[in-house]
Design a protein around this ligand. Structure first.
Ligand SMILES: Cc1cc2nc3c(=O)[nH]c(=O)nc-3n(C[C@H](O)[C@H](O)[C@H](O)COP(=O)(O)OP(=O)(O)OC[C@H]3O[C@@H](n4cnc5c(N)ncnc54)[C@H](O)[C@@H]3O)c2cc1C
Length: 412
């Protein structure tokens, strides 16, 4: 046994000496930084498959796409923090029983391992390698799309989810003709109930984009997208935003348990089924004590918060539990959309403000308590609502529907 693997007790008594983090996105970088912030003095090695200095993804569909920002590299001094950053280095596999990773340069031992390989976009079947068909996940994707916007093509966006809406927003701002095709009957069908998504459909038309619902792509031809009803949409470029799935193919055969969505199944301490292996961010699901179900969250705040729990559990002797109130935001069609909490179809939906106007909020109550909130252009509602959701506060339903009253004053 090597000297480095003698102290395997990250879930036991002693601290590990060598922590390896795989994936240099938000969750991986934050895990490495959190280890140092929490006083870890051993070796921290961070592997990233992409060649670029680690960067933040949300600006890729916003300021970076429009050329308003050059890049979105994290402001982290890895050298000063004593984090060994290995870029352009894709990890090939894990031999969990031996506490070793496989890399193209050979095996790498670890005492504790953090899986933070994020997610990869789902491709439109039949379009792999077709010129003019783009995804939007990486800095390279955004750099390929910037000249597409500058040429002001006819653009077809496949999928009216968060990414599709944000890309359509940027493309309209750049002066492109934009058609968004969506197989469901409304935008954000997988994320929001019909009555909440309904006003959002109008945002597309207001911005000059055409939204075609109940529309399935049959095939992509040079210069056109053909729908299954036979209609042909001119397309100088096609941008596919139909979701993302955890980037875990490299874990095949590792013995680390994966779930129904191919995500790493973590416990409430963000530990995986393998000893001394943790998982965090877009690649992992965790059981939410708060909501009584397993959550797979593909949002930035989860990749920021989870790493603190991972670092605490690698270093500490008292296990820290991860049980966040999920939060995310989107910037689309000139609106700032924010969501906090987690609602279910049985919850009571209450509106604050007119959904045809520029600013409104939807609240969800369960047994009188605020469990989730969607705020459009009302960041104060979000800030106050977040605290009320976290505390499980009983609300006065009538006061809550008056948008002129602060949300925090609408408690029962
Ligand atoms: C365009 C875009 C806009 C977004 N906007 C918002 C927003 O407005 N609000 C919001 O809440 N969320 C937003 N998100 C979601 C948010 O960015 C993600 O939830 C977050 O980036 C997840 O971080 P992560 O570190 O878990 O995964 P990732 O950011 O995917 O990072 C994982 C990294 O691991 C690397 N990797 C994968 N496999 C390996 C391997 N085998 N070896 C080494 N490295 C590997 C990948 O190359 C990648 O760099 C957006 C996402 C995108 C793509």
């Amino acid at each position: 046994m090597s000297e480095q693997t003698q102290t395997q007790g990250t879930q036991g008594l002693s601290q590990p000496r060598r922590v390896v983090v795989v994936g240099a996105g938000m969750a991986g970088v934050q895990s490495a930084v959190a280890l140092r912030e929490q006083g870890f003095t051993g070796t921290v090695t961070l592997f990233g498959a992409e060649p670029h200095q680690p960067y933040d993804r949300p600006p890729l569909s916003k300021a970076v796409l429009l050329g308003k920002a050059e890049g979105s590299a994290f402001d982290v001094d890895f050298e000063a923090l004593g984090i060994e950053l290995l870029l352009g280095r894709e990890v090939l596999g894990v031999r969990a029983g031996e506490h070793e990773l496989d890399t193209p340069e050979g095996p790498v031992p670890y005492d504790a391992l953090v899986l933070a390989t994020g997610a990869e976009p789902i491709r439109l079947p039949g379009t792999e390698g077709v010129p003019g068909v783009h995804l939007l996940r990486t800095l390279d994707d955004t750099e390929r799309l910037r000249p597409v916007l500058a040429r002001q093509h006819d653009i077809v966006v496949v999928g009216a989810g968060w990414i599709g809406a944000e890309f359509a927003t940027a493309a309209r701002e750049a002066g492109c003709a934009v058609t968004v095709v969506e197989a469901a009957d409304r935008p954000l069908a997988g994320a929001l109930p019909a009555e909440v998504a309904a006003p959002m459909a109008a945002w597309y038309a207001d911005s000059g984009a055409s939204l075609r619902t109940h529309a399935r792509v049959a095939r992509v031809e040079p210069g056109a997208v053909v729908l299954d009803d036979g209609s042909r949409l001119p397309a100088g470029a096609v941008v596919v935003g139909i979701g993302a799935r955890p980037a875990t193919a490299w874990l095949a055969g590792s013995g680390i348990a994966l779930g129904d969505h191919r995500e790493v199944v973590a416990d409430d301490h963000l530990r995986t089924s393998a000893a001394d292996v943790y998982a965090v961010g877009d690649c992992a699901s965790f059981p939410s004590g708060r909501y009584g179900r397993r959550l797979l969250v593909h949002h930035w705040d989860n990749a920021l918060q989870g790493p603190r729990t991972v670092a605490a559990n690698i270093i500490g002797e008292t296990p820290a539990v991860y049980d966040p109130v999920p939060y995310f935001w989107s910037e689309q069609f000139g609106r700032f959309v924010q969501y906090v909490g987690h609602h279910q179809s049985a919850d009571t939906t209450l509106w604050r403000g007119d959904p045809s106007g520029p600013a409104w909020t939807v609240c969800w109550l369960r047994e009188g308590r605020l469990v989730a909130l969607l705020a459009v252009g009302r960041p104060r509602d979000l800030a106050q609502g977040r605290r009320l959701v976290e505390a499980g506060t009983l609300m006065d339903a009538e006061a809550l529907t008056d948008p002129s009253r602060p949300l925090k004053a609408a408690t029962a």
